[in-house]
Design a protein around this ligand. Sequence first.
Ligand code: OSB
Ligand code: MG
Length: 374
Amino acid sequence: MKIEHVDLFHISLPLVQPFETSFGVERERECILVAAHGEGLTGWGECAASSWPGFSYETVGTAWHILRDFIVPAVLDQPFEAPCDAIDRYRWIRGHPMAKAALEAALWDLLGQAQGTSLADMLAPVGRYEQPHRQRVDVGVSIGVQPTLDALLTRIQGFVDEGYGRIKIKIKPGWDLDVVRAVRGRFPDVRLMADANSAYSLDDAPLFEALDDYDLLMIEQPLAYDDIADHAKLQARLRTPLCLDESIISPAHARWALELKACQVINIKVGRVGGLTEACQIHDLALAQGVPVWCGGMLETGVGRAVNVAIAALPGYTLPGDLSATARYYNPDVADPPFTLNPDSTLSVPTRPGIGVEVNRERLEQVTVRKLSL
Ligand code: OSB
Ligand code: MG
């Protein structure tokens, strides 16, 4: 396979509902879609970076620069057989994991289409793991900070009624213990977790000790985005498993976190860790150590969601992902077909070759802010 040219699309897609976290509010999802063309086929990848550096230092602007000036030139017109051949050519670039992951996803999609193999089958070929990959993946919904507690309870009820079996709420100082207590009181049996997006410090350990009483599935990223050491100190004081999101930016970080007992669960986001290859390495490490992982989300369009659903089919993904139905995010999305929730709180893993979704060109044109052909 040879990539003959690449198109970058900077898009802005309105969210069905604004999404608020401890680091800000998103009303539309700005991101980059990468189209890699070769042998008459087009592979798609999504860059998870958003318009501002709240979740990570990467933004649409930094990723555009790194893709345009370094990553795409490194892979254009070079023959490759597997994604690892191509990613080796830009491995020297330090950081910028989301930019790297976007191009890599497009390569997997291109190769999958050329070979007639779905991404899930490529990631878990027969014999690699003891079990075959799943056909349906367990999912949940991540609910942003709401204007009032009543609004949050109403939204949760709505998602429970739609069939979501796991609820994640966002917490931040001033919107934490009382909120968790009220949600648990109203939904005693729901699988519930809280994500702090790095809003606290070790001085807040008593708050987390108090949260131990509410049977949370896990507490996600309570402390600094670049910390591992303080999370280990906090985990030692809690019964509730800690899960790291922001802090795990490579397979090495995952190993360090497990060695230091900084967490008992890992949220794997393909973009945050630098691509599918790295995400699989973290999965394999966790699987070997019996540490559960799950697939995090970044409000992806159908392109990124398809990649997420495929990797979440791997055997170590034993906890429900932040992968909700398309209708919960975008109406309409840029990719078809939409993902819909099955009655057992799962999404079905695409079986078509590559990532298994197609970009709707008309919709893409409507939401494109700028485009570049390389
Ligand atoms: O911390 O998991 C997070 C969205 C954007 C940035 C960070 C996070 C999130 C979510 C949403 O929680 C997950 C989803 O895509 O549904
Ligand atoms: Mg998170």
